[in-house]
Design a protein around this ligand. Sequence first.
Ligand code: NAX
Length: 332
Amino acid sequence: PKEVIKVLVTGAAGQIGYSLLYMVANGDIFGHDQPLDLVMLDIEPMMGVLEGVAMELNDCAFTTLRSVVATADEKTGFSGIDAALLVGAMPRKAGMERKDLLAANVRIFKSQGKALDQFAKKTVKVIVVGNPANTNAGIAAKYAPSIPTRNFSAMTRLDQNRAQHQIAAKCGVTIQDVSGVIVWGNHSSTQFPDVSHAKVNKGGKSLAVYAACNDDAWLKGDFIKTVQSRGAAVIAARKLSSAMSAAKACADHMRDWFQGTKHGHHVSMAVPSDGSYGVPAGLIYSFPVTIENREWKIVQGLEINDFGREKMKVTADELAQERADALAVCQE
Ligand code: NAX
């Protein structure tokens, strides 16, 4: 039998948590033969709710779930963990400025970075979902110097999944028929969903997306805008932010990190830049990656045209500014 792994989900009493915990506990992420101990962290006022979630998880009678713990204490939450799914963050409230939100969340991720450093396994793999996700991941990594920086990532898989759906719908094919969609940069409205290397399977033929769609204006205009603003569109319709789709994307990201990507396929993950594609080293920037033995590698050698290069720079510049703002908050 496999060794038990310990998995932490923060913000476990929230809306993404409710969908995500199901996928963690049922084996979809770490494997259906992988026993796990689950730790759920949230803030003190949510402990009552979290007890209820723990009851439900136990009542699911999952064969992979060995134990469930609910806590508001970072030491209990982060001790000995193999995976950290950092979803919990302060939501933006009415009247709150972007910089107030950034400041509140930077403090959370500074504290959780320190907790990772002190209590987690050095091999822990971290995904940050809580916004601003890329910058929060960078802050957590900074305060966890004993853990390799490459173990920190932020989620842009939801953006990739959204883009993949848009292309499939436009071309009249299934999701499985679309491959190679890339999201570059920040999980924000400056992200660059890029289909110039993507393929569509149509009528038994593998076509470049530009050939399959045959609508360059849409691909360079509304397609990109739709993906960039999809989060806002869901909020407008549902009066709540994306939760089911965010949880599914988080599950996709961690499953691929732990179980590897399919041969010849890449996925988008925000990871520390090594300077690839001219992105300043150290920024947590979304790149296409392949994964083997729980190690990601940035796909190299993709040709970037002027249109793409400009979009990739805009989102890198935004990330550099966010990081500078976050570091200023850390010094306070
Ligand atoms: P909810 O407000 O429903 O849940 C957040 C939970 O986090 C709450 O239960 C809250 O008590 C908890 N929390 C707050 N501070 C905490 C702390 N210091 N430690 C532990 N828990 C803490 O939000 P939800 O809809 O679940 O969204 C969670 C985060 O995901 C938000 O920051 C949101 O902006 C972000 N998103 C990121 C996405 C991405 O693609 N990267 C997409 C979806 C989502 O918008």
